[in-house]
Design a protein around this ligand. Structure first.
Ligand code: GLG
Length: 841
C-alpha cells in the first residue's frame, strides 16, 4: 500500500500503460527491440538462439501484464485460493505453449518469417524445464495449465532446482548421466529479490510459561538459510487469466556472523556456508517411485514448505480476517507426501507464533489440507528416522508427537478392545530406528485423501490405509482420476490432428471442453476424413523415423507398426517383459522360412526412459534393450520385419514428438502397481491404440472407449497376492516361451550373458515379484492380435477415431473441476474481457 502512486500522478501511468503486442507488426517491433537492446545484438549477429530469446521476451512481456492483472483481480475479489504444493513441476518448453494459449502463434510465425526465421526452429531452441521425474511432476504441470485455463485463483509452489532431471546419454548401450544445468538463460522466470523468507534449521526448543500458566515453545538457535522467490507466469488457454508458479531458491542468509567471519579473514569458511545454503535447492532427486531418506532431501522439503507457508500466511494476514476464516480463504493440496511437513509447520505457526489453542489450530489445519496419494509401492512410501527429524527440526518433531498422541487417544476411545490398531496406525513406527510415517501424518492432518484412478483409490482404501477408513469413515477418502491437458497433448503436440478435429466439430472449443470430441464419431464413415486421419498418423511416423535415423543411424520403415513404450524404467512397469517379448518375436522370425517370414507384420519396437542412477536392475534393462537392437537391427534375415530402438533422453518435448507417431503403446505394469499412468491417455488422445494390463487408468480408458478398442491382457490385481504367494511357497516354473528367451540370452546371443543374469534370476529364482512369467503367454498372444488387427487398416482406423472421440473424460480440466468442487471448495473467478463479455465460467 505504501508504494502505490498518489492519485494526482496516476493519469501519467494510465496514459503510458503497456499493453504488449497484438499484431504481426507490433510483434516484429518487440522482437527487434529485444534483440537490439535487451540482448545487445543486431541483425548482423542474430542466430536462432538469439531469436528464441527475443521471441520469448516478447511473449513474456505480454504474459506478465496479464499476470499482474490476474493477481489484482484475485486480490480485489478476495476469493479463496488454492495452493498446489509439489516438489516437481515437469513443465517442458514454454514458448510454444505461450503462443498457443495466448492465441498468437500465427502472428509469431508470420513475424518470425519476415525476420528470417521458421517458428518451428525457434521453438526447438528452448531447453526443457525438467524439474520432475515422471508422471507425478507432469501431472502438476497439466494441473497448472487447467487451473489457469479455467480461471481458478491458484498458485503453484515448488523448488527452483539449479539442476533438473539429468540428461541421459547412451554410450555402448549403457546409460550415462550428464548434469542438466538449465538456467543459463531462462526468460520465463522473474527473480523476486524482494520476496525472501528466512528458514531455520537445527537448534533447540525452550519452553516458557506466562502468568496464566500457558506454555509456549520457542525454537532457538541453529542455522538460517534464505529462500528467494522466482515467479513463472502460467498462461491459461483462450483466457487472459495468468497464474503464478512460485519456485524457491536457497541462498545464504546474510547475517552478522558471516560478516564477522569474512572480516576476520575466514573467507573460506564464510564461502563454505554460502555453498552449503545454496546446495539445498541445487538438485532434483532423480528417483521415481522410490524414497531414499537422505538428510538433504528432508532439508529441501522443509525449506520449500516453510517458505511457501510463510508466503501464504503473509497474504492471508493482509486481509485482516480472523484465523477461523483461514480455510475459507486458503486450500492447500499436498502432491504426494513430500510437502507433509506443511501440516506441522502450519500448526506451529498457529500455536507457537500466533498464540492459538491447539484444538482451534488443528481444526484450521485439517480443513485447509488435502492429500493426494500417487502410489502403493512400499519402497515409495516416505518415512523419516525420528533421530534425523529431531536433529533438523526439533520443534516439528515435538508437534508430530503431540499430533500422534491426540490421534491415538481418539483411536483408543473408538476401538477400546483393539490393542493392535494403535501400533498399526501410529504416525511413529516403533522400529529400530523409529520412523515418522509421512503418509499417516498426511492423512491425519487433511480433510480429504484421494487416489488418482478408480482402482488405485479402491486399493488404498482396502490395503495401505484400511485402518484409517475404519477410523475416519469412508467419506474422507475419495477418487479423482488423473487427466492431461489437451492444449499441450493434442493441440501443441499434434497440430494437424487438432486442426482436422476442429474442421469437423466446427471450432477449437473441444480444447476447452474435451467431451465435444464425441462429435467426430459422427464422421466415422466420412472417407476424406478417414484418409486425412491416416495421413496425419503416417506423417507423424515419418517425422519420428527421420529423428530415429538422425539420432541412432537406424533406418526404420514408417509403414511398419510402431510399438512404443516410453516412461521411467522400473521393474513394475515391466520394460523387461517387453524386451523379452521382442526377443521372442526375433527368435520366432529366425525360425521361419524366408517365404513364411515375408507374411509377417513389420514392427518397430521403440523404447525410451531414464533409470534412476542408483537403480541397477533398471540400468540392466536399458543395456539389454540396446544390445538386442544391435543384433536385430543388423541381422540380414530380419530386415524391416523387426527393428529395436532405444531413444536417448526421453523428456517432455520428445514425448510431444513420439506420442503422436505411435500405432500401439505399452502400459503393461503388474496389475495393481501403476496408480494411474497418464501417458496412456496421451497416446489414445493422439489416435494410437494401447496394449495394457487391467491397471490404473487403463481400466477407465477401457470403460470410456469400449473393450473392442483396447488390447487388454494379463492377471488381475485381485489375483496378484495369491500368485506371489505361490511363487514363494508353491511350485513355480517359468513359461516355456520365456524359458527359450532366457536360453538365447544365456547363450550369449545379445552379448555377455553375465550382464543380464540379474534380470533372469529375478524371474526364475527370486519369486518373480512382478509376475513377468505369469503374464508372458497372454502378453505374446495379445501382440499376435495386435498384428492381425493392424493388417485390417480400415478397422484399425475405425478403432482409432472411435477411441479419440470418447476420450473427453481424461482432460485435466474435468479433473481440476472435481478437485475444486469435492476437495478445495473453490470457484472460478470470471474474467471480464475488454468488450465486457465474461470469458470462461
Ligand atoms: C505416480 C504414479 C503414476 C501416476 C502419477 C500421477 O506412479 O501411476 O500416473 O504419479 O498421479 N510417481 C508417479 O509418477
Amino acid at each position: 500500500v505504501e508504494a502505490s502512486i498518489p492519485e494526482p500522478q496516476r493519469d501519467a501511468w494510465t496514459k503510458h500503460q503497456v499493453n504488449g503486442f497484438k499484431n504481426k507488426d507490433e510483434f516484429e517491433n518487440e522482437m527487434v527491440r529485444h534483440v537490439e537492446t535487451t540482448l545487445a545484438r543486431s541483425m548482423f549477429n542474430c542466430d536462432e538462439s538469439a531469436a528464441y530469446s527475443a521471441a520469448s521476451l516478447a511473449f513474456r512481456d505480454r504474459l506478465i501484464l496479464e499476470w499482474n492483472r490476474t493477481q489484482q483481480r484475485q486480490t480485489f475479489a478476495d476469493s479463496k485460493r488454492v495452493y498446489y504444493l509439489s516438489l516437481e513441476f515437469l513443465m517442458g518448453r514454454a514458448l510454444d505453449n505461450a503462443m498457443l494459449n495466448i492465441g498468437l502463434k500465427d502472428v509469431a510465425k508470420a513475424g518470425l518469417s519476415d525476420l528470417g526465421f521458421r517458428v518451428e526452429d525457434i521453438i526447438e531452441q528452448e531447453h526443457d524445464a525438467a524439474l520432475g521425474n515422471g508422471g507425478l511432476g507432469r501431472l502438476a504441470a497439466c494441473f497448472l495449465d487447467s487451473l489457469a485455463s479455467l480461471n481458478y485463483p491458484a498458485w503453484g509452489y515448488g523448488l527452483r532446482y539449479r539442476y533438473g532431471i539429468f540428461k541421459q546419454e547412451i554410450i555402448d548401450g549403457y546409460q550415462v548421466e550428464v548434469p542438466d544445468y538449465w538456467l543459463d538463460f531462462n526468460p520465463w522466470e522473474f527473480p523476486r529479490h524482494d520476496v525472501t523468507v528466512d528458514i531455520q534449521f537445527y537448534g533447540n526448543v525452550r519452553k516458557s510459561q506466562d502468568d496464566n500458566g500457558r506454555t509456549t515453545a520457542h525454537w532457538e538457535g541453529g542455522e538460517m538459510v534464505k529462500a528467494v522467490a522466482y515467479d513463472v507466469p502460467i498462461p491459461g488457454y483462450a483466457t487472459p487469466s495468468t497464474n503464478n508458479l512460485r519456485l524457491w531458491s536457497s541462498k545464504a542468509a546474510s547475517g552478522e556472523f558471516d560478516f564477522q567471519k569474512f572480516n576476520s579473514g575466514e573467507y573460506e569458511s564464510s564461502v563454505a556456508d554460502q555453498q552449503r545454503a545454496e546446495t539445498i535447492s541445487a538438485v532434483l532427486y532423480p528417483n521415481d517411485n522410490l524414497e531414499r531418506g537422505k538428510e538433504l532431501r528432508l532439508k529441501q522439503q522443509y525449506f520449500w514448505v516453510a517458505a511457501s507457508l510463510y508466503d501464504i500466511v503473509r497474504r492471508f494476514k493482509k486481509t485482516k480476517r480472523s484465523w477461523r476464516e483461514f480455510p475459507d480463504q486458503v486450500a492447500i493440496q499436498l502432491n504426494d507426501t513430500h510437502p507433509t511437513l506443511a501440516i506441522v509447520e502450519l500448526q506451529r505457526i498457529l500455536c507457537d507464533l500466533e498464540g492459538l489453542d491447539w484444538d482451534e489450530a488443528w481444526n484450521i489445519v485439517q480443513q485447509t489440507f488435502g492429500y493426494t496419494n500417487h502410489t502403493v509401492l512400499p519402497e515409495a512410501l516416505e518415512k523419516w528416522p525420528v533421530g534425523l527429524m529431531q536433529h533438523l527440526l526439533p520443534r516439528h518433531l515435538q508437534i508430530i508427537y503431540d499430533i500422534n498422541l491426540y490421534f491415538l487417544q481418539k483411536v483408543e476411545r473408538a476401538f477400546p478392545n483393539d490393542r493392535d490398531i494403535l501400533r498399526r496406525v501410529s504416525i511413529i513406527e516403533e522400529s529400530q530406528p523409529k520412523m515418522v510415517r509421512m503418509a499417516y501424518l498426511a492423512i491425519v492432518g487433511s480433510h480429504k485423501v484421494n487416489g488418482v484412478a478408480e482402482l488405485h483409490s479402491d486399493l488404498i482404501k482396502t490395503t495401505i490405509f484400511k485402518d484409517f477408513v475404519e477410523i475416519f469413515g469412508p467419506d474422507k477418502f475419495t477418487n479423482v482420476t488423473n487427466g492431461i491437458t489437451p492444449r499441450r497433448w493434442l493441440h501443441q503436440a499434434n497440430p494437424r490432428l487438432s486442426e482436422l478435429i476442429s474442421s469437423k466439430t466446427g471450432s477449437f472449443d473441444f480444447l476447452k471442453d474435451l467431451t465435444l470430441l464425441n462429435k467426430i464419431e459422427l464422421c466415422i464413415n466420412d472417407k476424406a476424413f478417414r484418409k486425412e486421419w491416416a495421413e496425419i498418423k503416417y506423417a507423424n511416423k515419418v517425422r519420428l523415423a527421420k529423428y530415429i535415423k538422425s539420432t541412432t543411424g537406424v533406418v526404420v520403415n514408417p509403414s511398419s507398426l510402431f510399438d512404443v513404450q516410453v516412461k521411467r524404467i522400473h521393474e513394475y512397469k515391466r520394460q523387461q517383459m517387453n524386451i523379452f517379448g521382442v526377443i521372442h518375436r526375433y527368435l520366432t522370425l529366425k525360425a521361419l522360412s524366408p517365404a513364411e517370414r515375408k507374411k509377417q507384420m513389420p514392427r518397430v519396437s521403440i523404447f525410451g526412459g531414464k533409470a534412476a542412477p542408483g537403480y541397477w536392475m533398471a540400468k540392466q534393462i536399458i543395456h539389454l534393450i540396446n544390445n538386442v537392437g544391435a543384433v536385430v537391427n543388423n541381422d540380414p534375415d530380419i530386415g524391416d520385419l523387426l527393428k529395436v530402438i532405444f531413444l536417448e533422453d526421453y523428456n517432455v518435448s520428445k514425448a510431444e514428438m513420439i506420442i503422436p507417431a505411435s500405432d500401439i503403446s505399452e502400459h503393461i505394469s503388474t496389475a495393481g502397481t501403476e496408480a494411474s499412468g497418464t501417458s496412456n491417455m496421451k497416446f489414445v488422445l493422439n489416435g494410437g491404440l494401447i496394449i495394457g494390463t487391467c491397471d490404473g487408468a487403463n481400466i477407465e480408458i477401457t470403460r470410456e472407449i469400449g473393450e473392442n478398442n483396447i488390447f487388454l491382457f494379463g492377471n488381475l490385481a485381485e489375483d496378484v497376492e495369491d500368485l506371489r504367494h505361490n511363487h514363494t511357497y508353491g511350485s513355480h516354473s517359468v513359461d516355456s516361451d520365456l524359458a527359450k528367451v532366457f536360453e538365447a540370452i544365456e547363450k550369449g546371443t545379445f552379448g555377455e550373458p553375465h550382464d543380464f543374469a540379474g534380470m533372469i534370476s529375478a524371474v526364475r529364482d527370486h519369486g518373480d515379484y512382478y509376475l513377468v512369467s505369469d503374464d508372458f503367454h497372454s502378453y505374446i498372444e495379445t501382440h499376435h492380435l495386435v498384428d492381425e488387427s493392424y493388417r485390417n487398416q480400415d478397422e484399425w482406423i475405425t478403432k482409432s477415431i472411435t477411441s479419440v472421440a470418447r476420450m473427453g473424460f481424461f482432460s485435466s480440466d474435468r479433473c481440476i473441476n472435481e478437485y475444486a468442487e469435492g476437495i478445495w471448495n473453490i470457484e472460478p473467478l470470471p474474467v471480464e474481457s475488454k468488450d465486457g463479455v465474461a470469458k470462461g465460467e
